[in-house]
Design a protein around this ligand. Sequence first.
Ligand code: AMP
Length: 329
Amino acid sequence: MKYAIATLGSHSALQILKGAKDEGFRTIAICKSDHAFVYRHFGVADEIIEIPSYSDFHKVEDDLIKRNAILIPHASLITYIDLRVIENMKVLYYGNKRILHWESDRDKQRIWLEKAGLNLPKVFKDPSEIDRLVIVKFQGARGGQGYFLARNEREFRRKIGSAKEYIIQEYIVGIPVYIHYFYSVIRSELELMGFDRRYESNVDGIGRIPANMQRDLKVTYTIVGNFPLMLRESLLPEVFRIGQKVVEASKEICSPGIYGPFCLETVVTPDLKFYVFEISARIVAGTNVFMETSPYALIKHGKPMSTGRRIAVEIREAIEQDRLKEILG
Ligand code: AMP
C-alpha cells in the first residue's frame, strides 16, 4: 500500500501538505471542525479528517494507520497534543520522538546547546545576581506571553508578581535571526533552508510611538507573523558550523539524534556573534515565508524546495532505498 502524508491542520500544514503533493504523496489533514474550511479552500489535502477539539486527536490513530499515513510533527501538534499521547501512538511518525523531551524543557535545551559549544545568553540562578539587562521567561509560555525585561533585582521584584517558575536570561541586544536547517539522514548532509525574522506584538510596534509614551507600556512578544531574511554571505560558514555542532551534540544526548527540519533562534550582535536562545527540534512556522522556496534551497536543489517539500523528498528517497525505518521515530 502506498504511503500518505498526514499532519494537523495548523502551523505549517499548508506547506507540509503542498510539499507532499509536489512529491506525489496522498495527503491528509486532521483539522478542528471550525478550521477545516481553510484546508478545503486551499485544496492541499486529499482528505480531511475532522475532530471537534485537539483533545480528540488520539481518536484518529486507527484511521491514520489504515491509510498507511506518516504523521509530520510541527509546533501546534506538539503544543496542543499531550507529549505522552504522541509517544504512545502507533501511527508512523517522521522524526525522533525522544528529542521532543529535550526541546520542551528549557533546562535540557541548555544542556544540549552547551554540549554543542554555542554562545548562549548567561542565565542568572537568583535575582540578586542580576547585573545587566535581563529577560524573564516562563516555562512553556506560549508566544512569549508575560515575559518582561529588568535591569536589576529591584525592578525584577516589582514586575515578577506571584510567579514562581521563571528563567532569568541575559537580554542580548542585537537582531533576531531564525535559522532554518534540514538534516538529511538519507543524504548524510546538513542543509541550510533559509532565515526569517519574527513579527511580534507588541514589541515590534512600540517603535511606532514616541519614546515618552513607550515608557510605561508592558512589552510582549506574541508572535503574529514572519519576514524572510537573507544573511551576509560571509556569515554562512558560521551558520553551517553551529548547525553541524547541534547535530553532533544531539547524537550524544539522544541517539540517533536530531534529523529533518530544525531551527536555531539566535540574536546576532554587532560583533557578528550568534547567541542562541532557543532551539526548535522540528519545522518552524518561519519556514512558511518560503512556501515555494528560499533562494538557498533553490540553488541547492536546482528547483523550488520548501522545507515541507524537503521532508517529502526525504521520505520518498527513504522509501525508494528501503530505509524508511531510519527516519521514523
Ligand atoms: P522565546 O519564547 O524564547 O522564543 O522568546 C520570545 C522572544 O523574546 C524572541 O522572539 C525574542 O524576540 C525575544 N528574546 C528571547 N530571548 C532573548 C534574549 N536572550 N535576548 C534578546 N531577546 C530575546
